[in-house]
Structure formats: structure tokens, C-alpha cells
Design a protein around this ligand. Sequence first.
Ligand SMILES: NC(=O)c1ccc[n+]([C@@H]2O[C@H](COP(=O)([O-])OP(=O)(O)OC[C@H]3O[C@@H](n4cnc5c(N)ncnc54)[C@H](OP(=O)(O)O)[C@@H]3O)[C@@H](O)[C@H]2O)c1
Length: 286
Amino acid sequence: MSITTRVWIAGAGGRLGSALCRRFDRNTGFRLLASDLDVRVEDSFQVGHFADLNHPDVIINCAGLTDVRACERQPEEAYKVNAIGARNLAVAARRIDAKLIQLSTDDVFDGAASSALCEFDDAHPATMYGKSKYAGEKLVRELTDKHVIVRSSWLYGAGADDFVDQVLQAAARGETVRLPEDEISSPTSADALAGFIEYLVGAREYGLYHASCEGACSRAEFAREILRLSGFADSVVEPAAADETLRPRFTLLDNMMMRITGIYHMPDWREALGMYLSERNAGGLA
Ligand SMILES: NC(=O)c1ccc[n+]([C@@H]2O[C@H](COP(=O)([O-])OP(=O)(O)OC[C@H]3O[C@@H](n4cnc5c(N)ncnc54)[C@H](OP(=O)(O)O)[C@@H]3O)[C@@H](O)[C@H]2O)c1
């Protein structure tokens, strides 16, 4: 008799959620349970009901208010989804003895560092998005032992309008895109991150992991690489003034825990971007 792992993906319609759904859907070792706005994570009744009905072995929380400007405009909404949502999933996970994989962000750092940040560096979020995500991390740590918190950065992928779409759409319209040369992190493909999360589902790993693609670049460099790989001139990228972005300046994550435990290796960001764009252009991500 085969044993299948029941995996609940909350926020399944987003960039990472849809990459995970594609991955788990084609693997017979998993039974996929997907929810999005039909189970609002800030509603403890809806979350508890779904957990009791489906009894997942693993819950992956990809749900979130990820629009940085919306979080600044509506701080309570940000805390509701990003912090209370994480709390509700942690409480449900503990009750049904499921492992919780909680997604978090490089925005838990304020951008003041000048070298890559590892899991042992203290978080100091500056934006409302970062503050609400960090509150979610703390609640998960407090409320359930069987958890893994995964921080990543500059996620792109099919499933939601993202930075890659915005840059390509602007280039197709012949517009220039204004982006900072001094906002530094690592673009991470949702597919590459989904590979690490699939590993975590089956592994006896707990605690905090940074999981970004290897290497570093600026926002402007990221856009130029998207354009170059898609056959557009990269001259449409112009430098932005420092006050045009709400994002922290330097939030490059060091995947130190992954490296010192020897469990996994993330691909280089250019290689992952090339793979994503060629699959997307071939229509494989529809
Ligand atoms: N995007 C990044 O650059 C980035 C970087 C590092 C970490 N992360 C984290 O990684 C996770 C996944 O990110 P992503 O880029 O895949 O996000 P995303 O594309 O914005 O997807 C989030 C999903 O959650 C849904 N959602 C929103 N509010 C919800 C609620 N109250 N209850 C249930 N579902 C809700 C969204 O639906 P609607 O779209 O219809 O609102 C969307 O389908 C998030 O926790 C995010 O904080 C993201």
C-alpha cells in the first residue's frame, strides 16, 4: 500500500502557490489540498474547519498581502493577513499535528546592512510589509513546534502579475522603466523555491531557512537581464531616485543554514531566470 502525504497549500493561486501546485499535482506521492481566497487565513473558523475536514500532514502558508504599497496604506489589513493568518494556520497545525511551512521575506531586514544576511542576523523590519511578515514568523515560532520558516526574496513566477510581467509589458509598450541601481537582493524563481519546499515537506528539518537564488543584483540589473533574455534593448531601464521605492536597500539573503547543514543548493539567479523565461515563452507555464 502506498503512503501519500497530504499537503495543504494556502494561497495556492499566487506565484509560489501555483508553482507548488504544478509540482505536487504531477507527483503521485502527494495528495494536493489547495485553497486561496475561499479559505481566508485571517478567519480562524475557516482555517480550523478546512484543517479538521482534510487533515493535511503538511501545511504550506503561501497566502499573504504581498503588495508593499497596499501594506503601507492598510497596516491593519497587512497584520490581519500576514500575522493573524500565520497564527491561525499555526494553531490549526498544532491541533492536527501537521508540519507548518511558513513563507517569509527578506523585508524582515531594514536594508542597512552591507553584506549578505544569514539566519543568525537579527531582523529589523522597516516597512509595514516586513513588520507584518515578521510578526507572522514570531507567532508561528510561539505557537507550534513543528514548523519551518522559509525567507526568500524578489519572487517571480506564473500565477500573478509580477516584476517580470511589468518590465516586459513596459518594454512592449516602448516605455522606459525607472529602477534603482542600489536596491540589492537576489531574484528568486518560484519554481526554484518550490523545489526546496518540496524537499522540506519530506525532510525532518525544522527552524529558519533563507532560500533565495544564489548571486546578487540590483533591481535595474534584474530588469536588464529580463529584457536581454527576451530580446528587448536594455536601454529602456533608467536609474530611479532613492525616494521612488518603498523597499529596503540591501536585503541580500545568505542561505547559510542550507549550506552548513548540506541539505540543498539553490540555483544561480541568472540560470533560474533563463529557465523560467524559456519555459514561459514555450507556453509551458499556462
Ligand atoms: N513576492 C515576493 O517577492 C516575495 C518574496 C519573499 C517572500 N514572499 C512570501 O512568499 C509567499 C508567497 O508569495 P507570492 O509572491 O507567491 O505571493 P502572491 O503571488 O501575492 O500570492 C499570495 C496569494 O495569497 C492570496 N491571498 C491574499 N490574501 C489572502 C487571504 N486573506 N486568505 C487567503 N489567501 C489570500 C492571494 O490572492 P489574491 O492575489 O487574489 O489577493 C494570492 O493568491 C508570501 O508569504 C510572501 O510574503 C514573497
